[in-house]
Design a protein around this ligand. Structure first.
Ligand SMILES: [Zn+2]
Length: 377
């Protein structure tokens, strides 16, 4: 029997209110898809099933923090009081996820390839994280190194790596994105995941497997790491880049700055904590290194990026780099306290990032003029 988690909703706006449902600011097209999901959940076309935190904690250590996602979809988010990871529980089962990603996801998130004349720009934009990736992992790579991006979308990053001489390939389940990538000249893009790559690709193994904003989508992240291990060379590494809800007060895109609700959305089953990632990796005997960005890569344009965790993991039985930050289950987690505090500050407009943004607006004559025009039309 699964006990209901302790209830500590972040604030009233995170509650599900059937009389006055939350209305997201989205297009009419997006609204139609959101309503479709709500209906699928209500009439049980979509099945929700329980899954425990992949850190290994019992569900009795969970705390219910939200009853809706950012689209107003009635999905419960729980915070694992052992590791601080936030996840949807219960969540869509495998068949429901397959339908969601095939028929709804891209259109609901306004990322449909058919609707975008600027898909080439999207592919080009993937080079920004590829550059950062090479800053971190470049030293351990040689011109002959084999790279694989899992969930590569249109393959802009794969192209970037190929142009720098690496033997890079990518895989994704998004047929339209893969086709668009090929249209823009990206080579070696494959449908599916690591297990469905052509045999010669799997046998050759990889020096670097990386996932950019993909790991948080996976239903079974622990299984992925176990499987990925067999495709790594002896010194091979995996780099994971995921959203970081432990710094949402600091910087980010404006609607999400300090706003936890924006980080809770149906496609992201997990919002991992660093502690949670350490605990998951240690279960499959991986060593973990947190990759810290230099100050210059963040401060030059803080509003162009969102808080992220960059982490490198590699098979290593010595575990010398792995540090598990013990959270005591007998006290509220640091993450919960941070999220509750951030919500209070967000509503007052007093998150650090919100204050910096306001100050920068005042310091910029152009932004100040725009602001004054709004006040004095
Ligand atoms: Zn956990």
């Amino acid at each position: 029997m699964i006990l209901a988690p302790e209830r500590k909703i972040i604030s009233p706006r995170f509650e599900f209110n059937s009389d006055n449902p939350y209305q997201p600011s989205v297009s009419e097209t997006q609204k139609n898809y959101i309503e479709k999901i709500k209906l699928n959940i209500t009439n049980k076309s979509y099945n929700l099933q329980h899954s425990a935190c992949p850190c290994g904690a019992e569900s009795s250590e969970d705390i219910l923090v939200s009853e809706i996602d950012r689209y107003g979809i009635p999905l419960k988010s729980v915070l694992c009081n052992r590791c601080g990871t936030v996840r949807f529980d219960p969540y869509l089962d495998e068949a429901s996820l397959a339908d969601f990603y095939t028929n709804i996801y891209r259109k609901m998130y306004a990322m449909d390839v058919d609707d975008s004349a600027d898909y080439g720009d999207y592919i080009a934009s993937q080079s920004s994280y590829s550059e950062k990736l090479l800053q971190f992992a470049g030293d351990s790579l040689t011109p002959k190194s084999r790279l694989c991006e899992v969930g590569c979308g249109g393959g802009g990053s794969v192209k970037f790596m190929q142009e720098r001489g690496y033997d890079a390939i990518g895989c994704d389940y998004d047929v339209a994105a893969l086709q668009a990538g090929r249209h823009y000249g990206v080579k070696h893009l494959y449908y599916g995941d690591l297990n469905s790559l052509p045999e010669e690709q799997r046998k050759a193994k990889f020096d670097l497997i990386y996932l950019h904003h993909v790991f948080e989508h996976l239903d079974q992240p622990l299984n992925f790491l176990q499987e990925a291990r067999q495709y790594l060379t002896p010194n091979g590494k995996i780099v994971l880049i995921v959203p970081d809800i432990s710094r949402i007060d600091q910087f980010g895109h404006l609607p999400a700055l300090g706003n936890l609700l924006m980080y809770l959305h149906i496609a992201h089953k997990y919002n991992f904590s660093i502690d949670g990632l350490h605990r998951i990796a240690s279960q499959v005997d991986f060593a973990v290194n947190k990759l810290e960005l230099g100050s210059s890569s963040k401060s030059s344009s803080p509003w162009s990026s969102s808080p992220e965790i960059w982490i490198q993991i590699s098979p290593n039985s010595t575990q010398e780099n792995t540090t598990v930050h013990q959270e005591s289950s007998s006290r509220p987690s640091r993450m919960l306290n941070y999220l509750l505090r951030t919500e209070k500050l967000f509503k007052l407009g007093l998150c650090r990032g919100q204050i910096i943004y306001k100050m920068s607006a005042l310091a910029s004559p152009k932004k100040l003029t725009t602001k004054l025009r709004r006040i004095m039309p």
